[in-house]
Ligand binder design. Sequence first.
Ligand SMILES: [Fe+2]
Length: 505
Amino acid sequence: MAVPSADTVKVPDLQRLPGLRQYLASLTGRERARAQSRLSGLGEADLAGLGVSEPQLVERDYRVEEISGVIPPDLRGTLYRNGPGRWQDHTGRPLHHLFDGDGMLSAFTIADGAVHYKNRYVRTSHYTGKSGTRHLGTPAAGGWPANIGRFMPNLANTNVVEHAGHLYALWEGGPPHEIDPDTLETLGVRRFGGELRWMGSYSAHPSICPGTGEMFNFGVEFIPRPHLRIYRTNARGRLGHFRSVPLPYVAMVHDFAITERYLVFVVSPIIPDAVPVALGLKSLGDALQYQPRRGSVFILVPRAGGKVRQIESEAVMVFHLSNAYDDGEDTVVDAIRYEDGRLLKRIARFQSSSLDDAPSVFARYRITKTGRVLDEALCDEPCEFPRHHGGFEGRAHRYSYFNTRRHLGSFYDSITKLDLADRVATTYTTSGAGNSFCEPVFTPKADAVNEDDGWLLSVEYRADSHTSQLVILDAADLERGPVATAGLTHHVPQGFHGNFVPRAM
Ligand SMILES: [Fe+2]
């Protein structure tokens, strides 16, 4: 790649982006020139929207005064969200990878037409400065001697999930941190009586069966051989080992889905180049490679016990699955599928990267009784962060909701509802240049009859004021736009995942 000299490329207004300024200043000359070159390729809207990646260092707790529209009277509960809030270690050194930031929780508590906002960092060992400075995508300072044999810190930055009366901040490489649902204080690391052994890997995407109240989840372990270690937590919160299933190779597995019969895993060949990582020469984030020649495996684990089905297929590149269900003898699973592995490189340098050369589609896979994998694209707009009605988890559902983009190249400026029966997509796109949305979370209305009788909750970054707002949309009438918004006095970084916990009326 040709690298323009640093003084000939267009760069954003760094005065209003102190986090980006510090990040660029921390890079070596060649890396900095590459980052500036990437930034110079962004359009005006993307440059305006870069503020959503600025860190948010202040913890707040206040009643939101800027309300527009009418907060639905039946909407009562808390939207919890999680995501990296600052990309720096305790020495203040900027970190490079999207996944490297400390987990910052937000709580939007909605009741009686009003909204209360609170944010708080998870008090992990990393946040409190008690762990090292080696990260997924940023090596520790000091070269290979400082990196060899070091584990990554648990950042608790990926999801926040309530089950059996407990709230957990999740990160896939280690055990959950339990969080006080009212104060967002960190109550401690939870290993469930030692059931989460060794590193305690526990994915950030557990799946709760609406029929039984059980929460299934898994961790990826590599010793003595790569395998999925699957857990089942009963409705009273007691976690137990369900079973272990071998993986075909050392792979990053981020998500899974359930049906009424199976747990469904789609293994993508996202494989680390292990030797330079082991020698401390490369970060794991930079060593992850998409290796399509290794192929993929669809793994179906019977919930009632019995033989695990492993169906090999041509390679598919996925992080997030949507829903899955049994269809006669077939199993159907929906997923966000990427064209190739370019996303891995973009998120490794997220402060200066555009995603629009790493296209994705909303895809459906059907695994037949005879072991064939059939696929079709149901929506070909670039998309991410799929959600659906939680009451249809593991069952045939009609509507999926996810982020798409129409104008931006770096983030998602739209929320799309996909009718899986009619194969019709409807979309709401923000009108603000540089504005972007996080994942839309669905919660049903109190008097819901149809599957889409509910509210979609998202957080919109407002580029012109460098603030964020809670956005409430009617899922049955998405194109109308927000029925209400609650404007914060500051911004919330993009974030990853969250969930709405209703409270009794
Ligand atoms: Fe995720």
